[in-house]
Design a protein around this ligand. Structure first.
Ligand code: 13P
Length: 251
């Protein structure tokens, strides 16, 4: 069984000092009680990566990640950040294909496929996000959408990629930031489906982690995290406050 990964996606929130303060409180709040089968990942905004990294020094089971990167080593890509720059700032992980990158920034499956393979080659552990819109769910297209996103987005990833290198996150778009969590049956169905696809595509697909994201709160975490094929959570709004996120981490 892989360790459960409890991930905090701070999106475009927090100054450098606010991020350090939250990270400090979080470490103090959970480090003595963190069960051995749990890990914590913090994904701060880029400006706070170094500051948060300093808070996580020698904290076993705490990891730092980037919310995004551009698939090039360096160059004239104004406003972008490279995998090497993330690694240099102390990151071990990075998200690819978050709903907001797909729907607000317009990133497409073929570009995401390039990003995943590039990030893996440079040594980042990738969390690849998938999930359907409400319209797609209402049209009974959940499996079709997840298949397209997984097959196209992971098309360039070698079949023998290690279980620690690649994880998936199922985040139904309609549950992100809405307070409307998917029901446990919907989560179970989607995670089982993602597991089956990963197992088809990768030798280690059965051991790769699959996180759930979308309005995760302290109250709903225990029932979500107990489901089969749910290997962690990816939390937005409820990760911004250290005390609230500590309750999720320890739930
Ligand atoms: P919320 O927890 O705010 O719904 O955000 C989920 C998310 O997008 C995490 O990546």
């Amino acid at each position: 069984m892989p360790k459960k990964l409890m991930a905090a996606n701070w999106k475009m929130f927090k100054t450098w000092e606010e991020a350090r303060q939250t990270a400090r409180e979080l470490v103090v709040g959970v480090r003595n009680d963190l069960p051995p089968d749990r890990e914590v990942l913090i994904l701060p905004p880029f400006t706070a990566l170094r500051g948060v990294s300093e808070m996580l020094v020698q904290q076993e089971s705490f990891f730092l990640g980037g919310q995004n990167f551009y698939p090039a080593d360096q160059g004239a890509f104004t406003g972008e950040i490279s995998p090497d720059q993330l690694l240099d700032a102390g990151c071990t992980h990075a998200l690819v294909g978050h709903s907001e990158r797909r729907h607000v920034l317009g990133e497409q499956d073929d570009f995401l496929a390039f990003k995943v393979s590039f990030g893996l080659e440079r040594g980042l552990r990738i969390i690849f996000c998938v999930g359907e819109t409400l319209q797609e769910r209402k049209a009974a297209q959940v499996e079709q959408v997840l298949t397209r996103q997984l097959v196209q987005g992971l098309a360039k990833v070698p079949g023998d990629t290690g279980p620690g290198e690649l994880a998936a996150a199922y985040e139904p778009v309609w549950a992100i930031g809405t307070g409307q969590t998917a029901g446990t049956e919907d989560i179970q169905e989607a995670h089982d489906f993602v597991r089956a696809k990963l197992s088809e595509m990768f030798i280690h697909g059965r051991e790769m982690r699959i996180l759930y994201g979308g309005s995760v709160k302290p109250g709903n975490t225990p029932s979500i995290i107990a489901l089969d094929n749910v290997d962690g959570v990816l939390v937005g709004g409820s990760s911004l406050n250290a005390e609230t996120f500590s309750r999720i981490v320890l739930a």
